[in-house]
Structure formats: C-alpha cells, structure tokens
Design a protein around this ligand. Structure first.
Ligand code: ATP
Length: 576
C-alpha cells in the first residue's frame, strides 16, 4: 500500500466526488436490490389476489426503484470517472514536475522506450485504482450490510446465509486470488516496458538497421518480446476470468441455497410463503455487487506495481537531493552583463562511469573575452560546456561565474543568460518562425529575418515548414538555424559547441564575422575542431584526454611550438 500513498493523496483531493461516487453507488446497489425484491414480492402477491391498492403501490414502487437505479448508476459512473480523470491529470502534472528537473541525468538510468511506457502505460493503469480498487469494496459492504439488515426482518437464517456468502465472495475468495496473483508475480508491466523499449530502438535505428541489413534480427527481437507480452496478457485475463467465474458460481450456489432453505422454512412455518420469491431475488441481486471483488486482487496488484514502477523513476533519493538543493537556490545571473568564468581544479566523471572525463581543469575566462577550446575528439570539450550549463552538478572543484559559485546559481538563470548552440539541436514540427520563437516570445518577424540573413538562410521564409527533428533541413541548415536562434536570444554569454562543423568554409567565415560583431562586448566560448580563424580569439585552450594541455593566444601557442602548433601543422598538411 506504501507504493500507492501518492496516488491515494491525489485521489483524496477529490473528496466531494469520492463521496458522491459512494453515495450513488450505494443508491444504485440498493435500487437494484429493492427493484428485484419488490418484483418477487409483487409476483407472489399477485398470485393470492390481494387488494388492488397493494398491487398498485407495488407497481409504483417498481417504477421508482428502476428509475432510481438507472439514475444512480449514471451518477456513480459520472462522479467516479470524473474523480479518476482529475486524479490522472493531477498525477501526470505531479509526475512531470518531479521528472523535469531530473533530465538529462535520468537517461543514464532509463532507456527512452521504458520511460515512455512508464509515463504513458503505468499512469494509465492507475486509472483502475479508484474505479476498481478504492471505492467498490466500500459500496459493496454498505449495500450488503443494509440488505442483510433488511433480510433479518423476514428470516435470520437467510440473513446469516447472505452474510456467509458475503464473507466468501467479498473476502475469502478475493484474498485467495490475491495470494495467487502475488505468487504468479505477473510480469505484465515489465514486459510492456521491454516491448516499448525494443520498439522505440527499432524505430529510432530503422534506417541504420536497414543499411546494415540487420532489420530482421531486430524485428525478431521486437516480435519475441511482443509475443511474451501477449502471453502475459492472456495469462492475466485467464486468471481474471477464472476468479470472476468462481465468485459467480458461489453467488449462484448461495441463491440456490436460499431457495432451498426458504422452502424448508416455509414448510416449517417459520417464513411466510409470499416472501420466499423476494428473498431469492434479493440474494440473486445483492451478489451482483460482489462481482467487482473478483477483479479486485488483479487490479490492486496491477496498481501497486504500476505505482512502484512509476515512482521509482522520480523517487531516487540521491537524484532528488540535487533537485531539493536546486529549489533552495536564490542566486541569479544578470543576463544583461557579460559573464566571467573561472574553473578551479575541476574533475568530473559521468554518473555511473569510473573513468574520469575531466581532470584538474583550471580555466580563467574574463568577461567580454573570446575563448576557443580545441583538442581531439573525446578530449572533454563538450563536457566542459555541459558543466557550465549545470547539466551535471557532481564534480570536484569549483566553477565561479561572475563572482558566484555556479553551484549556488539557479539553473534557469544560467540558461537565461546564455546563447547556446550545442552539437545537436532539436527542431520542432512547425514553421521556421515557430522554431525561432523558442529564443524569445517577443521576437519580431523583422528580427527573425535579420537573424536568418546573418546565418545565410535568407532563402527561407518564416512560414516554411519544418518537420519533426528538422528532418527536411540539411545538417548545415540545422546548425545555421540553431545559430539564428542563439542570435535572437540576445544574452551575454555565448556557448558554441562546434556550431559550424557542417557549414562550408565561406559561409562559416561570414557567420563568424556577424557573430563576433554582435558579441563584441560579450563573453564567447567556442569549441572548434578547425584551427583556422582562431587568430582573433583572446585565448585558446587546448585539451587532451580531459586535461588542459596548453593555454594562450594564437601567436603565443604558435611561438611555443607545443601541442597546438603540432595540431596546426597536421591540419595544414591535411588541407594541402
Ligand atoms: P568531440 O570533439 O568528439 O565532440 P569532446 O571533446 O567534445 O568530443 P566530450 O563529448 O566532452 O568530448 O566527451 C568526453 C568523454 O566523455 C568521451 O570519452 C565520451 O565518451 C564521454 N562521454 C560523453 N558524454 C557522455 C555521457 N553522457 N555519459 C558517459 N560518458 C560520456
């Protein structure tokens, strides 16, 4: 039950709807029992020619009970579903609010398909918690106890029989099935996660799998996991049907027993014959309320597992520690000031990795200066930018930004103060305008056109369509659009991670000339593989194997004839 605490708390926010669901559930249950009891009584009375007013009253009551039953059933459905959907919406919001601060680290722990299956599938499974686990037993108990109390006026023996039936169908059989369900340890949820993960990988990697002729192998994997999922579903359904059938069988047996017992009591004169049909009808109807108890164990176990899987994503203590700490931060970066950066003795490993990605990094970037970071692939250049953007907080050493320790500055404030172009940038389905508006809501069409011109994308109109992930743009166009977005942001720290690696040399030169013009007062950090054009930088930081191996201006580094000089020589020989 501990796993379901959050779900229960969210349900309890809908107290009014819970009360109304139970009230209408009770009225619908009692309406059904009264309707059938009255029918039994009416048929028996009709046989012994009673005064007309008895029959008329009974017929009027019949209509009243049937109307009550129909209206109450509607009310019960309406309020219980309203409570459920409100709870689901609250649950989704609650989950997203907790999940969002954990990105991007969360992807170290979960594959995207698995995450998707939890966020969509497990949240959806929890809709059954209120509808099938939380309130039906309460309604069943009240209806049963009220019916048994009513029955005692006619026959205590029949009342006791109903009570035994209640204990069997409402508690003993469901408990037995719950035990069985627990032992079966249904893997349905886990299997759904695996199918989702495999299918997501299959679709993401479709093109590469096709190119390497490995489509069949991966398809086989998806099929195997899908078959296992279907098998699991079948097993669950059989179990559920089995449980429903047993409960129905017991309910019918109890009704047969009531008939036999009633007939015997009429024979001994302990029960008036005219009430016999009524008691049998009561027994037949009241057990309708016990049928939902057949699926109670399955849905309880299902909800418990769904909640466990779902909340294990966001309840990781070590990750939440960082989120709580982040919420307490109050320091802001002034986005209108150029920013200075000092990295003091930074060492860092990615979560779960033993290998050090950065070792004892010391960097000083005064405000308003232009710094290039160069070095071979995998030397840790992008990681530096990720630390500056606070994507990861757990490193040794200290990063100081504008005199404040970065760890004390709010993430949102850091992001607001930077114009960032990463190696891969996301583009949303929509138009060029929609994607540029991401930079700032107040950007005008004129500003957007100017930015497009600066990155040499003036052949695009703002209304041109962009498909998912920018699939209809070339690599270089995507990079230029990302730069245009950064230009429109208008902040004072530029973090550019190989922003023009797919852009031709002439266009690249033109873009840089605009960028350096725009950001002449700003702090610019540029990661670059190309070593040409770095003469204008105030400093060049050379990295290798996660360490800074050289720092200086272009001329200083060339004069020193060290690592940068050698890289430059290699580049020259390759280009010649
Ligand atoms: P490139 O020039 O190829 O972009 P880089 O110098 O920017 O390389 P980084 O991306 O910072 O290098 O990567 C540094 C090291 O960290 C690499 O060895 C890489 O394998 C590792 N690394 C990068 N991202 C992760 C991650 N999310 N989890 C674990 N290791 C990572």
């Amino acid at each position: 039950m501990r796993e379901l605490t959050t779900v229960i708390k969210l349900i309890m926010l809908e107290r009014k709807d819970i009360f109304l669901s139970i009230l209408f559930g009770f009225l619908a249950g009692m309406g059904a029992v009264s309707l059938f009891a009255n029918s039994g009584y009416l048929i028996s009375m009709a046989a012994i020619n009673p005064p007309l007013y008895v029959l008329t009253t009974s017929i009027a009551l019949l209509k009243l009970f049937s109307a009550t039953r129909a209206a109450s059933k509607y009310g019960e459905r309406y309020f219980s579903h309203r409570a459920t959907f409100t709870m689901l919406s609250n649950l989704r919001v609650h989950f997203f609010e907790k999940l969002e601060p954990l990105a991007p680290r969360i992807f170290h722990r979960f594959r995207s398909g698995d995450l998707l299956s939890r966020i969509v599938g497990d949240v959806e499974s929890l809709q059954n918690f209120f509808l099938r686990v939380y309130y039906p037993p309460i309604v069943m108990m009240i209806v049963f106890l009220s019916t048994i109390a009513f029955t005692t006026f006619f026959s205590v023996h029949v009342a006791v029989t109903l009570l035994v039936g209640l204990v069997l169908t409402g508690f003993v059989i469901p408990a037995w099935f719950a035990l069985k369900q627990y032992k079966i340890m249904s893997q349905l949820r886990e299997k759904r996660g695996v199918v989702s993960t495999e299918a997501t990988e299959f679709f993401y990697g479709f093109r590469d799998l096709k190119l390497y002729q490995k489509l069949d192998t991966q398809e086989k994997n998806v099929r195997t996991t899908a078959d296992q999922y279907v098998k699991e579903q079948r097993r669950d359904s059989i179990h559920e049907l089995y449980s429903t059938s047993i409960i129905q069988m017991i309910s019918l047996s109890v009704s047969w027993f009531v008939l036999g017992l009633g007939a015997y009591l009429v024979g001994t004169g302990e029960l008036e014959g005219v009430f016999l049909a009524m008691l049998v009808m009561i027994s037949l109807t009241v057990f309708e309320n016990a049928t939902p108890m057949a699926i109670f164990p399955a849905y309880y176990e299902d909800s418990r597992r769904a909640a466990t899987r779902l909340f294990s994503v966001i309840n990781d203590e070590s990750e939440n520690k960082g989120v709580v700490e982040e919420e307490l931060l109050t320091k802001e970066l002034q986005e209108k000031d150029p920013i200075s950066i000092n990295m003091n003795n930074i060492s860092f490993s990615y979560p779960g990795e033993a290998r050090k990605t950065l070792s004892e990094i010391n960097i000083d970037i005064p405000s308003g200066t232009k710094t290039a970071i160069v070095g071979p692939s995998g030397s840790g250049k992008s990681t530096l930018i990720q630390l500056l953007l606070k994507f990861y907080d757990e490193y040794d050493g200290d990063i100081v930004v504008n005199g404040s320790t970065l760890a004390q500055v709010r993430k949102e404030s850091v992001w607001k103060a930077t114009n960032t172009v990463l190696q891969s940038n996301h583009f949303f389905y929509g138009t060029i305008r929609d994607n540029l508006l991401l930079a700032r809501d107040t950007v005008t069409d004129e500003e957007m056109k100017q930015a497009l011109e600066m990155v040499d994308l003036n052949e695009f109109s703002l209304d041109d369509k962009v498909i998912e992930k920018g699939g209809n743009l070339s690599g270089g166009e995507k990079q230029r659009l990302a730069i245009a977005r950064a230009i429109l942001k208008g902040s004072r720290l530029w973090l550019l991670d190989e922003p023009t690696s797919s852009v031709d040399f002439v266009t690249e030169k033109k873009i840089y000339s605009h960028l350096f013009d725009l950001g002449k007062e700003d702090t610019v950090v540029l990661i670059s593989h190309r070593l040409t054009g770095l003469e204008q930088m105030d400093q060049i930081i050379v990295m290798e194997h996660g360490r800074v191996v050289e720092t200086g201006t272009y001329d200083e580094l060339m004069e020193r004839k060290g690592y940068f000089y050698q890289l430059k020589e290699i580049e020259k020989s390759v280009l010649m």
